[in-house]
Design a protein around this ligand. Structure first.
Ligand code: GLA
Length: 706
């Protein structure tokens, strides 16, 4: 999606710093903080995210003094501010005078004060006060030279992303009225003749609280859309105030990576800078693989423009059941991974480790042991190193593969219990497909199902349950232009009102894919079936020819149109002998380009190795390189400007890796020049600068390793 926003963060370096909660500390400590921040290379801090009660202790009585002073201390040390509007959590006095603004859960229980985010997104009282507080902060600090960026609220939807209170129901009704016009339109859209759901008055419609049995799926899907929109309205309300008071200051709200509950395409369109909070689990040796997809989403939300990692942990978090610290070097490689993927900096939650409260066991840049703490030593060393990466600021990631992220399909395929199977999970499917490209050495951007697909050779659609003709048309154009399109199971099933497309799946994708789904055929729990690729000589398959892979979770009874190639068939179970994976060559062979395009359909959920080998074939068809030796500890991503390719080579593991790299490249972190082979120690990273080439450098393991 194109990004038109002219506003940029006011910072002339890669951002480094973190959330700062000075109101948890005595003022004399602030001076120490500023000194240590300088030592650590900090140039940006986020505050005062949760400080509304400290800024407005009583209704209408503001206490700006402490914030004025801390901003002066920081600015005196040359540190800029990502200034929060402090609306992430309401003060107790507001809640006690308006208990109706507390959110309700699905069972109709009101959630109590005592944590944070204790508000219903639709509450008029809350909205009014949010607008007032935002304006007050904007008017007070909008002219301050330290102000680099507005930080609206905090992690929308983190604790409360859906509310089932009466106010939300009323808002839901207004939203439905705007969408469907009248009750006839709503009744038609919701297919109310099933199980007697017809509505005769708007006020009879409620948010879908827990009911006697499975709830109308279209009502559920609309509630997902509405709930995302309700939070978006709340965000937009603040954005409007900020744009009015400070038209030149960039606005952000921190995202939570690939999050189900909010349509980030819509949120990103409302802001100037995409920021993300990322907490890969140090206990998971492969956490960097889904992280790559999260970062691919972040850079893609504004058409490839740099984004910013606004929060990560210096070491352990405190909200998992078991919170393992980051091993020495792990914070560094994690940070560099985000930068490799287009983040113009690396920030933390938080600067100083809390002494009390819910997050006292959460690591910080400055740990409980202060300057002596390992986290301070490591973050300080990394801050110094970051200066060497100044040339990558503003550059863009080069990716040839894009993965379609479609929130409607995610919601539709998960909001209801009335599905062929509960086991086909949108996120699992998206992550599995990303993981295969990760193993093959290709970074993945994300894209909407309607594109734009320019610049991509491969577009993959892990699932497009909810689909329409516009998406099908855009995808067909991509294939006609020579692209390789891969579509996953249970796609093209329903329209926007969750009605099954005429003739069944894949609905609007039928001609493009050249197949029909007669029945979805989920695989029972604990059962594993298999698919077998056609022998060598048929369909021109490479190493995949004749290979057999296990599948679980899902299969489909396919009918194959003439002209569609069967690449693999089910080799066991009831569907044995029937097509499982197909490819339809581009419809028109008018031009050389269209002759090469292909629309692949994968009706099964393959074991990981099968997906990797299938995608190797897809990359070959697109003329893109793939790694022979697979090692998911190795990642290489290139950011470029007009003249230079900056290739980040990352070792995410604890074993040494030896990789082949271009000879004569300048390595930015050490200042050395490469000689063609590079040894990356555990968690080691190299950033290679080479003249911009037509194709980004493709990094592989050297033959010396296996
Ligand atoms: C989120 C929040 C922060 C903090 C961290 C802890 O990212 O935005 O306020 O609670 O989690 O990991």
């Amino acid at each position: 999606m194109a990004d038109e926003s002219p506003r940029r963060i006011r910072l002339d370096a890669l951002a480094y710093g973190g959330d700062y909660n000075p109101d948890q500390w005595a003022e004399h400590i602030w001076l120490d903080d500023a000194r240590l921040m300088r030592e650590a290379g900090v140039n940006l801090v986020s505050l005062p995210v949760f400080s509304w009660p400290q800024l407005e202790p009583e209704p209408g009585v503001y206490d700006w003094g402490w914030l004025d002073r801390v901003i002066e201390v920081l600015w005196g040390a040359g540190i800029r501010i990502d200034l929060a509007t402090a609306t992430a959590t309401p003060p107790s006095w507001l809640i006690r005078s308006h208990p109706e603004m507390l959110p309700w859960n699905e069972d109709g229980q009101r959630l109590e004060f005592g944590s944070r985010q204790a508000y219903c997104p639709s509450s008029p009282v809350w909205r009014e006060h949010v607008g007032r507080m935002t304006r007050a902060i904007a008017e007070r600090y909008g002219e301050h030279p330290a102000l680099a960026l507005w930080h609206v609220s905090n992690e929308y939807g983190d604790h409360v992303s859906r509310c089932w209170c009466p106010e939300s129901s009323a808002h839901f009704r207004r939203w439905l009225e705007a969408r469907y016009g009248d009750l006839d339109g709503l009744n038609e859209a919701w297919g109310v003749n099933v199980w007697g759901q017809r509505y005769v008055a708007w006020e009879h419609i409620e948010a879908p609280r827990r009911a006697t049995g499975p709830v109308n799926p279209t009502q559920l899907l609309d509630f997902e859309r509405f709930s995302s929109d309700a939070l978006l309205e709340l965000f937009q309300l603040e954005v409007d105030v900020l744009r009015e008071v400070t038209p030149d200051i960039a606005v952000t709200t921190n995202f939570m990576s690939l999050l189900r509950d909010l349509d980030y395409w819509d949120f990103a369109a409302a802001e100037d800078l995409v920021t993300d909070d990322a907490y890969p689990d140090p206990a998971d040796a492969n956490a960097h693989v889904p992280a790559a997809l999260n970062y691919g989403l972040m850079r893609s939300l504004k058409g490839g423009r740099p984004w910013l990692l606004l929060e990560q942990a210096a070491s352990a978090v405190s909200w998992r059941d078991v919170n393992v610290p980051k091993a020495p070097g792990q914070m560094r490689v994690d940070s560099l991974q985000a930068i490799a993927h287009g983040s113009d900096g690396a920030m933390f939650f938080q600067w100083r480790q809390a002494k009390y409260g819910q997050e006292k066991f959460h690591s910080a840049m400055l740990g409980h042991r202060g300057e002596a703490s390992r986290s301070f030593q490591e973050t300080k060393a990394f801050g110094a190193e970051l200066a060497r990466l100044a040339p990558v600021r503003g550059t863009r990631v080069r990716a040839s593969v894009a993965l379609v992220v479609d929130w409607d399909s995610w919601w539709g395929s998960s909001a209801t219990e009335s599905l062929p199977s509960q086991r086909l999970d949108w996120l699992t499917q998206a992550r599995a497909w990303n993981a295969a490209f990760f193993a093959l050495g290709q970074p993945v951007d994300t894209v909407r199902a309607t594109g734009p697909f320019d610049g991509y050779d491969v577009v993959v659609v892990p699932n497009l349950y909810v689909s329409d003709a516009a998406q099908a048309g855009a995808l067909a154009d991509f294939v006609a232009r020579g692209g390789q399109l891969v579509v996953g199971p249970f796609s093209g099933v329903v329209d926007a009102t969750e009605k099954v497309h005429d003739g069944g799946a894949p609905g609007p994708l039928r001609e493009l894919l050249g197949i029909e789904v007669d029945e979805q055929w989920p695989v029972p729990d604990g059962v594993s079936e298999s698919v077998e690729f056609v022998p060598a000589g048929l369909a021109g398959l490479g190493t995949l020819a004749g290979a057999r892979y296990s599948t679980g979770v899902w299969s489909e009874w396919l009918e194959v149109h003439e002209g569609t190639e069967v690449l693999a068939s089910y080799a066991s179970g009831e569907l044995a002998g029937r097509a499982a994976i197909t490819r339809r060559p581009a419809a028109s062979a008018d031009s050389a380009a269209s002759a090469a395009g292909g629309a692949w359909y994968v009706s099964a959920v393959l074991e990981p190795a099968g997906t990797v080998e299938l995608f190797r074939e897809v990359l070959a068809a697109a003329g893109l390189p793939a790694r022979d030796a697979l090692d998911t500890d190795l990642e290489a991503v290139t950011r470029s400007d007009e003249t230079t390719d900056f290739t980040f080579v990352l070792n995410h593991g604890r074993r040494e890796l030896v990789v082949d790299v271009p000879t004569g490249a300048a390595e930015l972190l050490t200042g050395e020049t490469t000689t063609g082979r590079l040894t990356l120690p555990r968690f080691g990273v190299a950033v290679l600068a080479t003249p911009r080439a037509a194709i980004a450098p493709f990094i592989t393991l050297s033959d010396t390793t296996d």
